[in-house]
Design a protein around this ligand. Structure first.
Ligand code: T1G
Length: 694
């Protein structure tokens, strides 16, 4: 065994302990698999060894196969063979689990004859989140161990099962009583010497009603539209009830290879690593000072302010909610109480946590109450004059070292910071609605924002359970700047003859969480309208957001006013096409001289999605985003871009710069679409055959 193997073996009495030490998460890289085989052979052939423990060093048990290896041809030993070798061992093998035993890691544990877990450990088969299915016998073993229904629940959701629930389900045999896992594993392994091996492959799958599988298919069809691996999972588990163990594993293997090679899985794997890369920011590392944030003040008790406040309370912070009058403050407090109540009803929060959280909430109209806060998040009306006035007052009221953040979704951070004498402490923290749910936090660095403030904001994002993405300062930052081009194209397509419900259906079926017209009605057409009214750099194009402006001017703001692009029945969020709007669009197109024609689904997808790609490329040219994958993380987590397409920039790489440049040139020839100008970065990529990923 080469000295550098991450797998070692040591015998204590009659028990050999095989230890995996492959930081950060003991992934089953090739050298780990090889090391396991070598140690198993040693333990099996050692007459002094009468039982074996497999456990891991570091913060967790095996967190799965090494995902980075999936883009390379598979190397021996294959995980299925490693798991089979463990199970075939004629001495009892115990898995000692701490942290998370996930994917191939849990399959290794299922290859073991017994499983012991630390009380705070969890197990899971999250492959579906990567567009995969368990490929090392997990879909054949788990139904045998815990039954078909529970197995399908675990594998189709990919959720982690805490140790207690895993014990109840029969997925593990024992939970530690103390906090010395290794010692308890040693004792348990000695106990098991007389019990001998117990192989899951020899267990029968408890019979189930075959109709169960079609029921599951119906359920997932709606939930996981467009994904291929969920069906493969159901089929593989179904075969576990029809085939013997080895035949079932063969079928699973085929499905696994098919999924691994699918563009969907490649996109989902890209998203996995992209979301982990966002925390790597130039000039910021683990030595960068981070400011302590225990108390937060939110200025503005509206929907966003209250949502941000609730998220802050949930993260354990003290909260002061500030607004100009009692009515607004009471409304904000009621909103937060309502969010807590809803959390209790959904079992996400306990009554005790709600009471404790609300005890940390203070409402006030007085900026003097801000003297001890560590962070202020301004969430007032999207108007520069109002925001600058607020920051001027904060500069007076707050102690030195407070982070002054604005939740603006479009406005210039530097101009806001200029209203204070401490621009280095000013940063944009752009939350997405609903603020307590949406995982994305766009962290906008101003020209003077200090690295300390950025590092503290990244840490705060983690505490709030958000994905913090650091971006530069420009109109709309990354997300909304790209949304502008996407929305513009939608508006043009309406005038050119594509009905709003048609455009929405095409993009929804393509994978967007919601079509642009339904999304506009949800966000409120008045919000976009007011922002456009404030802008001084809008293009000289009479068709630019023309329909949206007309609707807003008629008071048709969307869901909040019962009608926008669509009609909404009282209390319903279901968009109903409105012939009046279609009539308005047709006559406005005529007035503007925009010829109406049949528009194909492909053209709608190309024009809307390529608008995102083109603006994304310009954002990279301007250095507003550090990496193309950051843009993907923003659109997947903030704008409902389909995760299984990897985000606009990853999607662009699946098409190639050549095709995209050809399409942009084609669009430019359509009368009125001259704004589809050449994007230098795309031109460069076309010429050099490079990708955004490069
Ligand atoms: N392979 C390679 N790298 C991994 C990895 C993995 N499986 N899991 C994590 N990392 C890296 C990650 O990129 C990051 O790197 C660092 O570890 C810390 O991760 C055959 C086919 C375990 C719950 O899907 O869910 O097994 O950025 O920041 O928040 O059936 O990581 O520091 O350079 O996420 O504490 C199935 C994936 C694989 C689990 C820890 N397994 N991992 O969360 O840390 S498919 C998974 C996680 C499979 C078999 C199939 C989480 C975690 P870097 P982190 P964390």
């Amino acid at each position: 065994m080469s000295r550098s193997s991450p797998v070692t073996i040591a015998r204590k009495g009659a028990v050999s302990i095989i230890t995996i030490d492959n930081p950060p998460v003991n992934a089953l890289s090739q050298n780990v698999r090889e090391g396991l085989m070598t140690c198993l052979e040693q333990a099996t052939s050692d007459p002094e060894t009468r039982s074996i423990v497999i456990h891991c060093a570091g913060r967790t048990f095996i967190a799965g196969a090494d995902i980075r290896e999936f883009d390379r041809p598979p190397e021996a030993p294959h995980l299925l063979d490693v798991v089979a070798t463990i199970e075939a061992c004629d001495k009892p093998v115990l898995a000692a689990i701490h942290g998370t035993a996930l994917g191939g890691g849990f399959e290794v544990a299922l290859g073991c004859h017994y499983r012991l877990a630390a009380a705070d450990a969890a197990v899971g088969l999250p492959e579906v989140k990567l567009g995969l299915l368990p490929g090392a016998s997990g879909t054949q073993r788990l139904p045998r161990l815990i039954g078909v229904d529970k197995a399908l629940d675990m594998i189709l959701t990919g959720n982690h099962l805490p140790a207690i629930a895993a014990l109840e389900a029969g997925a593990i045999d024992k939970i530690t009583t103390g906090d010395d896992l290794e010692a308890e594993a040693l004792a348990y392994a000695e106990e098991l010497i007389d019990s001998g091996p117990r192989r899951i492959r020899d267990m029968d799958v408890q019979p189930v009603d075959p109709a169960l599988f079609d029921e599951r298919r119906k359920i997932i069809a709606a939930k996981t539209r467009g994904l291929i691996s969920p069906e493969k999972i159901i089929r593989s588990v179904e075969l576990s009830t029809q085939l013997d163990f080895d035949k079932g594993c063969e079928a699973e293997r085929e499905f696994s290879v098919e999924c691994k090679e699918s563009p969907q899985s490649s996109a989902l794997r890209h998203a996995f690593f992209a979301e982990r890369a966002v925390s790597k920011v130039l000039g910021i590392d683990k030595n960068t000072t981070k400011r302590e944030i225990h108390s937060i003040a939110v200025i503005g008790a509206g929907t966003m302010g209250a949502g941000i406040g609730y998220a802050s309370l949930n993260a354990g912070c003290e909260l002061i909610l500030i607004d100009n009058d009692d009515e607004s403050l009471e409304r904000g407090q009621k909103t937060i109480e309502g969010l807590y109540q809803a959390g209790v009803e959904r079992g996400k929060v306990t009554n005790a946590q709600m009471d404790e959280g609300l005890d940390r909430l203070t409402i006030s109209q007085d900026y003097a109450d801000l003297r001890d806060v560590d962070l202020v998040i301004e969430a007032v009306f999207e108007n520069m004059t109002i925001k600058k006035a607020v920051f001027g007052k904060l500069d007076e009221a707050c102690k030195k070292g407070v982070i002054l953040a604005t939740n603006t979704s479009t406005l210039d951070i530097d101009e806001i910071a200029a209203a204070t004498r401490r621009p280095e402490d000013v940063i944009g923290l752009h939350f997405f609605s609903p603020a307590h749910i949406m995982r994305l936090l766009e962290i906008v660095r101003g020209t003077d924002t200090s690295n300390e403030v950025i590092a503290s904001s990244l840490e705060l994002a983690k505490r709030l359970g958000k994905i913090g993405v650091v971006v530069g300062n420009c109109f709309g930052f990354v997300g909304n700047r790209m949304l502008y081009g996407y929305g513009r194209e939608n508006q043009r397509l309406l005038l050119e003859g594509a009905a709003p419900e048609y455009i929405d259906k095409v993009l929804f079926d393509w994978g967007m969480a919601m079509g642009p017209n339904a999304m506009g009605d949800l966000a409120g057409l008045d919000v976009g309208y007011k922002i456009r009214q404030e802008r001084t750099d809008l293009p000289d194009d009479p068709t630019f957001y023309r329909i949206a402006d007309m609707l807003a001017e008629q008071g048709r703001f969307g869901q909040k006013s019962g009608k926008g692009m669509y009609l909404y029945e009282q209390g319903s969020r279901t968009p109903i096409p409105d012939p009046e709007v279609q009539e308005m669009i047709n006559s406005e197109a005529q007035r503007l001289g925009v010829e109406q024609r049949e528009i194909s689904e492909d053209e709608i997808i190309e024009r809307c999605i390529f608008a995102l790609i083109a603006e994304g490329a310009r954002i990279l040219e301007d250095g507003i985003a550090t990496r193309a994958s950051d843009i993907d993380v923003i659109w997947i987590n903030g704008y409902g871009f389909p995760r299984h397409r990897g985000g606009p920039m990853h999607y662009a790489d699946t098409i190639g710069a050549e095709k995209i440049c050809e399409a942009l040139a084609r669009f430019r020839k359509i009368p009125g679409l001259e704004y589809w100008t050449v994007v230098e970065l795309l031109k460069y990529m076309e010429k050099n055959g490079t990708r955004f990923a490069d």
